[in-house]
Ligand binder design. Structure first.
Ligand SMILES: Cc1cc2nc3c(=O)[nH]c(=O)nc-3n(C[C@H](O)[C@H](O)[C@H](O)COP(=O)(O)O)c2cc1C
Length: 269
């Protein structure tokens, strides 16, 4: 899994009626069993059978297998989930499988039952797993258009230098250009791209810009999940560029507006 995997991934909502080979199912199970995160949050992932568990989604055609995940409510759980589940999504991409993060458009009750969700647990999202059909459904094409799924905000709107007053261009970003570009390409709920980053020397501070009404009881704060996805992408870009840094949580107290929350910092060296 590398920056090419990130560039090649696109959400898939229309699937071929083709079984995933047994051997691949085993590889997926093995991967899920060892998928972890830098925040030390225990996560549970489960492969589910759509027919057996009565799972469906109004936006999905043809998928027979799903993967769902859950956590016990705790600090950093959403960020850890985003990081870890996206790693799995990218792994599935390397196997030639299609995926799409689904938080809203699922028959949630059936999924929560299938993963045996307890009172103090949250199942933020699931993904179907299968081979992409040659042609997208009309509905899928319309959704992509509506959410502008093929475009992303420009670099300068997402990334800054020193503090939030100074936008950073890809050119000025120097060694951070590739890891930040990987953040820019990340998927997010309704393509809102709620991540921001401020570069300060050998540190990159990550933030969540909240859209009103997005945090829900059933999904947790889904935009924190989005930022977790962004951290996963950043790390893949950073590793490929030869960095050996780590994520820490130490708020640099940079001035922000009311909707912006500090999440984590990548420290190099
Ligand atoms: C946390 C999260 C939740 C999402 N929930 C849904 C959903 O409920 N239904 C859906 O059709 N797509 C959902 N998506 C997919 C996004 O719409 C999609 O990632 C975005 O439009 C960008 O398109 P791309 O993934 O093809 O790059 C979700 C994505 C993320 C990251």
């Amino acid at each position: 899994m590398n920056t090419d995997t990130i560039k090649n991934r696109k959400s898939v909502r229309t699937y071929k009626e083709e079984q995933i080979p047994q051997q691949m199912m085993k590889q997926i199970q093995d991967y899920l069993d060892q998928d972890d995160n830098p925040f030390g949050v225990p996560l549970t992932f489960k492969m589910l059978d759509a027919k057996h568990d009565g799972l469906s989604s109004p936006v999905i055609l043809g998928a027979e297998t799903y993967v769902a995940g859950k956590y016990q409510k705790q600090k950093n759980a959403e960020i850890a989930f985003g990081y870890s589940f996206e790693k799995f999504v990218l792994y599935a991409t390397t196997l030639g499988l299609g995926t799409v993060w689904l938080a809203a458009t699922i028959n949630r009750k059936a999924f929560e039952q299938a993963i045996a969700l307890k009172e103090d647990e949250v199942m933020p999202a699931v993904t179907p797993l299968g081979f992409a059909a040659k042609k997208r459904s009309i509905r899928e094409n319309m959704m992509r258009k509506g959410m502008k799924s093929d475009s992303r905000l420009p670099f300068e709107k997402l990334f800054f230098e020193g503090d939030f007053q100074y936008p950073l261009s890809a050119k000025q970003a120097g060694k951070w250009a590739t890891p930040l570009e990987m953040v820019r390409l990340a998927p997010s709920a309704t393509n809102k791209q709620p991540w921001r980053a401020v570069v300060q020397g050998n540190k990159v501070h990550f933030y969540e810009v909240k859209t009103k009404g997005y945090a829900k009881e059933s999904t947790g704060d889904i935009q924190k999940v989005d930022v977790g996805i962004a951290l996963c992408h950043f790390e893949i870009g950073a590793k490929e560029a030869g960095f050996t840094g780590q994520f820490v949580q130490n708020d640099p107290q940079i001035v922000t507006d009311g909707q912006t929350e500090y999440i984590a910092t990548y420290v190099e060296g």
